[in-house]
Design a binder for this molecule. Structure first.
Ligand code: DI6
Ligand code: FE
Length: 402
C-alpha cells in the first residue's frame, strides 16, 4: 500500500547544509509518498501535483529528521553496576579491566546468555531510544570474542531490525578485548579467532562494517591493521574506537583505511585530525563514556571544526563505560561537556550520524530520502539539546509509518 500525504508544520529543521541555521524553514510542507520524501519546502511553494494529497497538520510543532545513534553496544548480557560501585570506591576503569573485569565480565555474561535473553534485554534499550525519535541504530558485536558468541550477537542485532520499526547497521567488533583464553598471546587471538570469525559472520551477511578498540587495554595499531586488511579484502568499511584513554595513533591508522569514523578521540592530536579530514572520516563523539569515566580530557572540537571534520554524537550504550539509552541527553552532554553548539549537536545525531554509518538516504529532510521523521513538542530546535531528562517527542515516522 502506498500512503501519500502532505505533512504541514509551523517549523521544520531540514538539517541540510549550506542554507539557514538548522536548515530551518517556517510554514513547512513535506510530501511523502510511501516510505520516501518526495518534496520539502515552504507551504506556499507546494507544487500543484501534491495539493490534492491528504494533509496531516502538526500545527506549531517542529519536524526534524528522525535521530540516528551511530555507536552502540546495545546487545550484551548482564550489567556492571558492581563496577560502578568499585569505581566509586577508587578503582579506575583500566584497573578493573586489567583485573579481568570490565569488558571481560560482560563477555562471560554474554557467552552464557541465550539469544532470546540477549534480544529481549536489547529491545528494552532499543525501545527507550525509539521513544526519543531514533530510527537508525548501529549495533556492535565484541562481547563474544569467540566465533559462536560473535555470531549469536550479530544475529540478535539483525533480529532487532526485524522486531522493531528501526534500521540496524551492525559492526563486527571482534578486536574489542583479549579474551582470557588468549591473555598471553593476543596476536594469536587476532589470527586464530578474530579474523576467521570476521569471515564467518560476513559470510552469513551479518556485517555492515568492521570496528576495533585500539588502546593499551585492548589492541595495538599493528593488530588492528591485520583485521582491517581483511575488512578491505571483503570490501567492508572500517571504523575504530581510537584515542579514548591515550593516543596510539588509531585515528590516523583508521583514516589510512578510509574509515567511516573514528570514535571517542578525546586524546586525538593535530596529525590525527588532519588525517581524518583528508580521508573524509567522521568524528563520533561519545560524551556518555566521558561522563561515566569522569574523563577530563575533552576531544579537540575546535581543531575538528577548523579542519571541517564532521562531528557525530552517539550514546555508546554499553554496560561498562556508558550505560546510557538517551540520545537527547547525549546531545545535552555534547553541548555541556564538549561545548558543541545545539545546532552541532542536532547535526551530530542526524546528518553527521548518517555519514558515520555510510548512509545517504537519511539524516536530512530532502527529496529521495526516507520519510524517517521526528515531530517534537518544541518551538525551536535548540530546545532538543537544552533540556535535561525531558522527552518532547510527539510522534516518530519510520519510512512514512507511525
Ligand atoms: N569503548 C567503549 O566505550 C566500550 N568499548 C570500547 O571499546 C566500552 C565497553 C565496556 O566497557 O563494556
Ligand atoms: Fe564503544
Amino acid at each position: 500500500m502506498t500512503r501519500k500525504a502532505v505533512l504541514l508544520s509551523a517549523r521544520m529543521a531540514t538539517m541540510s547544509e549550506g542554507g539557514t541555521p538548522y536548515g530551518l524553514c517556517r510554514d513547512a510542507a513535506i510530501a511523502v509518498n510511501g516510505a520516501k520524501i518526495v518534496w520539502v519546502g515552504e507551504r506556499q511553494d507546494l507544487p500543484p501535483e501534491y495539493v490534492d494529497w491528504p494533509v496531516e497538520d502538526f500545527g506549531e510543532r517542529l519536524i526534524t529528521p528522525a535521530l540516528i545513534d551511530a555507536h552502540t553496544h546495545v546487545v550484551f548480557g548482564g550489567n556492571r553496576a558492581t563496577e560502578f560501585e568499585m569505581r566509586l570506591n577508587g578503582a579506575s576503569y583500566e584497573d578493573i579491566a586489567r583485573a579481568g573485569g570490565g569488558i571481560l565480565s560482560t563477555v562471560n555474561a554474554t557467552r552464557s546468555a541465550s539469544a532470546e535473553m540477549l534480544l529481549s534485554d536489547a529491545l528494552t534499550r532499543v525501545d527507550a531510544l525509539i521513544a526519543e525519535g531514533v530510527s537508525t541504530l548501529e549495533v556492535k558485536s565484541g562481547y563474544g570474542l569467540d566465533t559462536e558468541t560473535e555470531l549469536k550477537m550479530l544475529r540478535v542485532a539483525r533480529r532487532i531490525g526485524e522486531s522493531r520499526p528501526i534500521r540496524v547497521k551492525s559492526s563486527f567488533l571482534g578486536a574489542h578485548a583479549v579474551p582470557p583464553e588468549y591473555a598471553e598471546c593476543p596476536d594469536d587471538y587476532i589470527r586464530e579467532v578474530c579474523i576467521p570469525t570476521l569471515r564467518a559472520t560476513h559470510a552469513e551477511g551479518l556485517v555492515d562494517a568492521v570496528d576495533g578498540f585500539c588502546e593499551g587495554i585492548a589492541f595495538n595499531p599493528a593488530q588492528i591493521a591485520l583485521v582491517f586488511d581483511v575488512a578491505q579484502e571483503l570490501d567492508l568499511s572500517v571504523k575504530l574506537h581510537a584515542e579514548q584513554l591515550s593516543n596510539l595513533g588509531g585515528a590516523q591508522l583508521a583514516a589510512s583505511y578510509g574509515a567511516l569514523s573514528a570514535d571517542h578521540i578525546e586524546y586525538l592530536d593535530a596529525n590525527g585530525v588532519s588525517a581524518m579530514a583528508k580521508a573524509g572520516t567522521t568524528a563520533v563523539l561519545l560524551p556518555g563514556a566521558f561522563y561515566t569515566l569522569r574523563e577530563t580530557q575533552v576531544p579537540p572540537v575546535d581543531l575538528l571544526r577548523q579542519h571541517q571534520v564532521p562531528m557525530a554524537l552517539a550514546t555508546d550504550c554499553n554496560p561498562g563505560s556508558s550505560p546510557l539509552t538517551s540520545l537527547l541527553l547525549t546531545m545535552n552532554m555534547g553541548c555541556t561537556l564538549f561545548r558543541l553548539t545545539p545546532e552541532e549537536a542536532l547535526a551530530g545525531v542526524t546528518r553527521n550520524a548518517a555519514r558515520a554509518l555510510g548512509i545517504n538516504d537519511a539524516g536530512t529532510l530532502a527529496p529521495g530520502h526516507r520519510a524517517d521523521l521526528a515531530i517534537w513538542n518544541v518551538t525551536h530546535p535548540a530546545e532538543l539539546a537544552y533540556r535535561v531528562g525531558f522527552n518532547p517527542l510527539h510522534k516518530r515516522l519510520f519510512g512514512g509509518i507511525e
